[in-house]
Design a protein around this ligand. Structure first.
Ligand code: GSH
Length: 233
């Protein structure tokens, strides 16, 4: 049985980490038996980032590497029938969500903008004793600002960053077209990824032009509900 390690649910989300939620959704859609443990300290993870799994004693970090491992060891029930184009589209959207949309729609508004620091301090870091919390958390916000600069997203204005996220959403809507899911009528790996990032970016706890756009898009709202009910009902 796969041991799956993720964060505890926060902010009304099944997981406020889109990477944890992507893997959670993938495991359910692919019907892979697993046992879930919720922890809040990523220092215990093999790559010091969540999620991770332990499979037959082997600890594996990174949602992309974990899914590759699961495909290699358990088969690829969500994608074995896809042609090269379907696999390429899956790859491109996985990279877009992880390497660009994540920064524009989650890291920047949650961690770089000052508005939500108190909320994050009181909730995400709520397990740290109150007298110490501010001292421990302040350098973490500073580190996130540096990470955003090193990535490149932090060098842009808020308008530019949100415009980039909105361009990613347009690509999702255009790829979806009139289909139920992003490639065809079946929920696949690409839908686990898209769902996890969209539902996180939609969060009312961190309002942005991106969250507002998703909330006002009947197509994206219906898509999120469709994937959610296939994975979690
Ligand atoms: N490439 C990784 C990214 C994982 C990641 O960035 N996880 C974040 C949460 S969204 C994390 O654990 N951050 C904790 C930290 O950096 O200390 C994956 O696909 O799993």
């Amino acid at each position: 049985m796969i041991e799956f390690y993720k964060f505890t649910p926060q902010f009304g989300l099944r997981d406020a980490s889109p990477f944890c939620l992507k893997l959670m959704t993938y495991l359910n859609l692919a019907n892979i038996p697993h046992e879930t443990t919720e922890i809040m300290d990523p220092r215990k993870a093999p790559k010091k980032k969540m999620p991770y799994i332990v499979d037959k004693g082997q600890a594996i970090g990174d949602s992309e590497l974990i899914i590759a491992h699961l495909k290699a060891t358990q088969g690829d029930p969500l994608g074995e029938d896809l042609d090269a184009s379907g696999k390429a589209i899956t790859h491109v959207f996985n990279v877009m969500f992880a390497e660009r949309f994540y920064w524009a729609a989650m890291i920047y508004p949650r961690w770089v903008r000052p508005e939500h620091r108190q909320l994050l301090t009181d909730t995400w870091f709520g397990m740290i004793p109150k007298p110490l919390r501010g001292f421990i958390v302040k350098p973490m916000f500073k580190q996130m600002e540096k990470n955003a600069m090193a990535h490149g997203i932090g060098k842009h204005s808020a308008e530019e960053i949100y415009a980039m996220g909105l361009a990613d959403l347009k690509a999702v809507e255009d790829q979806l077209g009139d289909k139920d899911f992003l490639l065809d009528g079946i929920p696949r790996e690409i839908d686990a990824t898209a769902y996890a990032f969209l539902v996180n970016a939609r969060s009312e706890m961190f309002p942005t032009p991106i969250s507002q756009y998703i909330q006002s898009s009947p197509k994206l709202m219906a898509y999120i509900d469709r994937v959610d009910s296939r994975a979690f009902d």
